[in-house]
Design a protein around this ligand. Structure first.
Ligand SMILES: NC(=O)c1ccc[n+]([C@@H]2O[C@H](COP(=O)([O-])OP(=O)(O)OC[C@H]3O[C@@H](n4cnc5c(N)ncnc54)[C@H](O)[C@@H]3O)[C@@H](O)[C@H]2O)c1
Ligand SMILES: Nc1nc(=O)c(N)c(NC[C@H](O)[C@H](O)[C@H](O)COP(=O)(O)O)[nH]1
Length: 260
């Protein structure tokens, strides 16, 4: 499936939320948390159900964001439910370094696609047979880094593994450690987090590791059976901007450290 051109006003709208070069002494990558939700704050029709919320205009925007990140991270729940490709289909930048829909037609899509990162402690997802593997084989995407609790006895071909530490309090992988390892061991200086619910909820509470938040709001209700993304406690935002498309709107913002 090919994409429509990017709506030009999305370029200035997103500019201040895109990854900036972080100082080499920074221990973690630039992190953008991004997802699409319905008007009733659902991200899918139900657990494990792949649900299109974004329309073409905002889908292109997601690929534009992918173009600007070195890594793209999802939880195992999303990898299993959606079988995502996680590549970048958006064209690229011209010789002047300007974002441009008309360039890069002849380059392989893998060149500017981010590296997929799957958080899969108990290794339920398989690269073998996935859409991601098909894209990699066709030169249209990169192979993944899978974040695991221990190395598998039979590692999958082309997969790189990151063995992660669990946070003593939550039993979950520790985000600052994990992000730091993606930078120090895999040289990823920017990571776009695409979900799903478990990952989004956890990171909405982490202004210490999230630099930008980009939420697409689709003009649809998914109903009470849908998977909600309400964080455990209130979250305050700053630097809020809205973009309005034909059907969807996009909010870009930053999480704040302030208490309510
Ligand atoms: N609308 C959107 O933008 C969007 C985006 C992504 C996913 N989705 C939807 O979300 C649903 C999946 O959500 P979900 O919450 O089940 O899955 P998820 O993708 O958040 O994955 C959850 C799993 O990831 C692992 N995990 C995540 N963080 C971890 C951590 N810190 N430490 C250890 N393990 C960790 C665990 O195995 C956990 O069970 C699907 O229906 C999918 O279609 C929607
Ligand atoms: N922006 C956005 N709008 C949506 O309507 C939707 N369902 C997702 N979901 C994000 C999740 O990561 C999906 O798995 C990927 O969007 C799969 O995308 P690709 O296979 O790479 O095209 N994201």
């Amino acid at each position: 499936m090919s994409l429509d051109p990017l709506r030009p006003d999305l370029v200035p709208f997103l500019q201040e939320y895109l990854p900036t070069v972080r100082s080499s002494s920074d221990s973690r990558p630039f992190v953008t948390l991004t997802y699409a939700q319905s008007l009733d704050a659902r991200i899918s029709l139900g657990p494990g159900i792949r649900t299109a919320i974004s329309d073409m205009e905002t889908k292109v925007m997601t690929h534009y964001l992918r173009y600007h990140h070195a890594g793209i991270l999802v939880g195992a729940g999303t990898a299993l439910a959606d079988d995502p490709g996680l590549n970048c289909k958006w064209p690229g930048r011209d010789e002047q370094g300007q974002d441009n829909d008309e360039v890069r037609k002849d380059e392989p899509l893998s060149l500017h696609s981010p590296t997929p990162i799957i958080i899969d402690p108990s290794q339920k997802w398989r690269f073998t047979g996935s859409k991601m593997q098909q894209l990699f084989a066709a030169g249209e995407g990169k192979p993944p880094i899978v974040v695991v609790e221990r190395l598998p006895e039979a590692p999958e071909k082309d997969v790189r593994y990151l063995v992660a530490s669990r946070d003593a309090a939550t039993g979950q992988f520790d985000w600052p450690w994990l992000l730091g390892a993606l930078k120090s061991q895999f040289q990823l200086d920017s990571v776009m987090v695409e979900g799903g619910a478990c990952v989004i909820k956890a990171l909405l509470a982490r202004p210490d590791v999230v630099d930008s938040l980009v939420v697409t709001v689709g003009s649809t209700y998914l109903g009470a059976g849908g998977v909600a993304v309400s964080p455990a406690t209130p979250v305050k935002l700053s630097d809020v901007s809205w973009w309005r498309g034909k059907r969807d709107s996009i909010m870009a913002a930053r999480l704040t450290q302030q208490s309510m």
